[in-house]
Design a binder for this molecule. Structure first.
Ligand code: PRP
Length: 209
């Protein structure tokens, strides 16, 4: 038998939702559930191996072909891009990219260049380029909501899920940028070399979404 199909999962919520999905199919994910600090876990019977990684690294491992497939958020795909096939929307990990600023703030007022803070500079840049708007993009690593409050930025482009973080910090959505959910990505060479196995796995996954 070939080496197991390697599937990189984004650690955390997407990992848990994917394990739930694999179990619905009938795969035994006990090793993943009881992983401790282990990062590569077998899913016996399915000839599958789960690799636990950070979102950006899921794309890196899949692009380089050391993992055949991966589960990663559309947010990371939009920011990083890369050469792989995006073959399914898994329907979980749903949230959105949105432009937000201080409540009641007339974001589009005036002609000055707007300053935007974000963890996703490529997404933000493309969004404003499409509008033909000049912006200064400032990369922030987390708690991006701070930037307008501290008057570093006019607005933020960030992930909004429940909207609680915006609300509790006196911010509001100005405009939705893009919907986000978990996607199944596949290495281009793996899909050719192990087409039957990968397609049958994707079929099972799609039937249980
Ligand atoms: C994300 C995001 C928002 C928050 C949105 O941050 O950047 O801050 O979640 O969720 P909500 O709409 O349900 O409130 P995360 O918790 O990943 O932390 P970070 O800001 O440090 O990246």
């Amino acid at each position: 038998m070939n080496r197991p199909i390697r599937m990189a999962l984004t650690k955390g919520r997407l990992e848990k939702d994917t394990v739930g999905l694999l179990e619905k199919i009938g795969f035994d994910c006990t090793a993943v559930r009881e992983k401790g600090r282990k990062l590569i876990l077998p899913v016996p019977d399915a000839n599958l191996e789960v690799v636990l990684a950070k979102a950006n690294d899921v794309i890196t491992y899949v692009e380089h072909g050391v993992c055949d497939m991966g589960v990663v958020g559309k947010d990371t795909i939009m920011e990083m891009g890369g050469k792989f096939f995006e073959l399914a929307d898994l329907g979980f990990g749903k949230c959105k990219f949105a432009l937000a600023s201080k409540k009641g703030w007339d974001f589009y007022r005036g002609y000055g260049i707007k300053t935007i803070a974000t963890k996703y500079p490529n997404v933000a840049r493309k969004f404003f380029e499409k509008k033909g708007m000049d912006t200064e993009i400032i990369k922030i690593e987390g708690s991006v909501e701070l930037a307008p409050l501290l008057e570093l930025a006019d607005g933020i482009v960030d992930i909004v899920e429940t909207g609680t973080t915006l609300k509790e910090n006196g911010l509001e959505v100005i405009e939705d940028v893009a919907p986000i959910s978990a996607r199944l990505i596949v290495n281009t060479v793996s899909l050719k070399m192990r087409q039957a196995e990968i397609e049958s796995l994707i079929e099972k996954i799609k039937n249980h979404i």
